[in-house]
Design a protein around this ligand. Structure first.
Ligand code: HEC
Length: 446
């Protein structure tokens, strides 16, 4: 409890040594004519050393919480310790240098070593919290991680990867490589974890990944770990089937997929995405998006991915952003035609933002989950003739949205639990628009 609380002070405390060493730099070089400089420097160096030790100690406590793992964490942890040690040494070296017992240059060298360690530890820490490559974002670099060309009928991409994304990737991705394993993409899956490959194509029971998901939940090697959302029986069966059938990235959905008990549950779930005719053959052709626009969206925190390598169509998501205002959505205007999927969930945006969303004429999926968009906002997007899936979970959408949505020609799914939609209106909608699946879950507010 207390170590946990203290650990969480790390992100705050770590800024103190940074400030202190910048101050020391200024005192030491631009202000080197200062009187009593050595006395002042000595006190500040002690403060620097104490704060570096505190930051490293709290960081160590935080690392025990286990939210991060992998090489980045290891580097960050030991660079932090090295920085704390070097900060203490620096204060000592300064004392001797001021008394003339060792050359000044030794102190200056030590000072720059200390700055370097601080920068490296800080940079690694930034990668931990913000993801690898945070400092130098590169559009192309991130996209190659989507190795698998999206072909809606490629089995891995359309049904296996989504399962991994839901249940595994949170702990097995950049900066959180538990067990040394990344699962965010086929090539990484192929590479395996710290004990090597995690699957043997065609041999599920010799595949570490499959062995672990079949282990009893109280076995400590069971995946996902006991406290976390578990695979459903259908998902477990699917992963097993996929490995048994060759664990390929390019294998297409078998023609009899719908009558295959293992695959069938997944096909129904995402009928619109799975059906090769509705998606592959009719994907709109649009011009490539302007790369400067994409870069600035990324800098602003958007996750921007082409839906397939080289595709002009985009999967855009605000999941990693902490806040987004209605006005911020204006940044999407130059690329509205390119947006195929748009995820705005959790953002404090309101009805006003829907005028930009309404321009995304090619959009297939839209998530407004947990936003402040209500019925008035929905009224603005009734012209989205390509929209297939709409997520309104945890919004103030009410009964009035249903007749509006009933007219959207391509719509086949609405997720609408935790809304103001009443059970009776939902029932009536289902009868009038049988084509559209309205999911209200069990939490319909009265
Ligand atoms: C809550 C975090 C978490 C989730 C979610 C999670 N894992 Fe893990 N995984 C870990 C940790 C921690 C380890 C390292 C400890 C161990 O080996 O048990 C690990 C290790 C592994 C390893 C062994 C890697 C190696 O080479 O040692 C495999 C395989 C694995 N996980 C597969 C999965 C699969 C498949 C899923 C999804 C069904 C999943 N994990 C979901 C935390 C997680």
């Amino acid at each position: 409890m207390i170590p946990e609380f203290l650990g969480r002070l790390h992100p705050l405390v770590l800024h103190i040594p940074i400030g202190v060493y910048v101050l020391i730099f200024i005192l030491q070089y631009p202000m080197r004519r200062l009187r009593d400089r050595d006395d002042i420097l000595h006190s500040v160096l002690i403060i620097g050393a104490l704060s570096a030790v505190a930051a490293a100690g709290l960081g160590w406590l935080l690392s025990l919480e286990g939210d991060h793992a992998g090489d980045t964490l290891e580097w960050h942890r030991w660079l932090g310790v090295a920085f704390a040690v070097s900060s203490v040494l620096l204060a000592v070296i300064h004392l001797f240098a001021a008394k003339g017992k060792i050359p000044r240059n030794a102190y200056h060298t030590a000072f720059f070593i200390n700055l370097t360690l601080m920068t490296l530890a800080g940079h690694n820490g930034g990668n931990l919290t913000h993801g690898e490559g945070y400092l130098l974002p590169s559009f192309t670099q991130q996209d190659v991680s989507k190795e698998v060309p999206v072909d809606s009928s490629a089995l891995f991409h359309s049904i296996v990867m989504p399962v991994l994304e839901r249940k595994c990737v949170t702990c097995h991705e950049a900066g959180k490589t538990k067990g040394g394993l990344r699962m965010d993409g086929y090539a990484r899956l192929l590479k395996g974890g710290k004990h090597g490959p995690i699957f043997v194509a065609g041999d599920p029971m010799n595949s570490e990944m499959i062995r672990r998901i079949h282990l009893p939940i109280d076995d400590e090697k069971h995946m996902p770990p006991a406290k976390k959302p578990q695979l459903t029986a259908a998902e477990t069966a699917l992963l097993h089937w996929w490995v048994l059938n060759g664990a390929s990235a390019t294998m297409r959905l078998p023609a009899d997929a719908a009558s295959n008990d293992t695959l069938n549950p997944f096909i129904k779930v995402d009928a619109a995405i799975m059906d090769p005719l509705t998606v592959m053959d009719t994907l709109p052709s649009v011009a490539m998006p302007d790369s400067t626009v994409l870069r600035s969206l990324k800098t602003a925190g958007w996750s921007v991915r082409p839906i397939a390598q080289g595709s002009a169509l985009l999967d855009l998501s605000a999941v990693n952003m902490s806040a987004l205002s209605d006005k911020d959505l204006d940044a999407l205007i130059p690329i509205t035609a390119n947006i195929l999927w748009l995820d705005l969930s959790g953002m404090p945006i309101t009805d006003a933002s829907m005028s930009v969303v309404a321009r995304c004429k090619n959009m297939r999926r839209l998530s407004l989950k947990g936003t402040r968009v209500g019925t008035e906002g929905i009224r603005k997007i009734v012209g989205l003739t390509s929209l297939q899936q709409l997520n309104l979970v945890n919004t103030s959408a009410d009964d009035a949205v249903l007749p509006l949505l009933g007219n959207l020609p391509a719509l086949d799914r609405i997720y609408a639990w935790q809304t103001l939609i009443t059970p009776s209106a939902a029932e009536q909608f289902r009868q009038q628009s049988p084509r559209i699946r309205l999911e209200t879950g069990f939490n319909v507010k009265p």
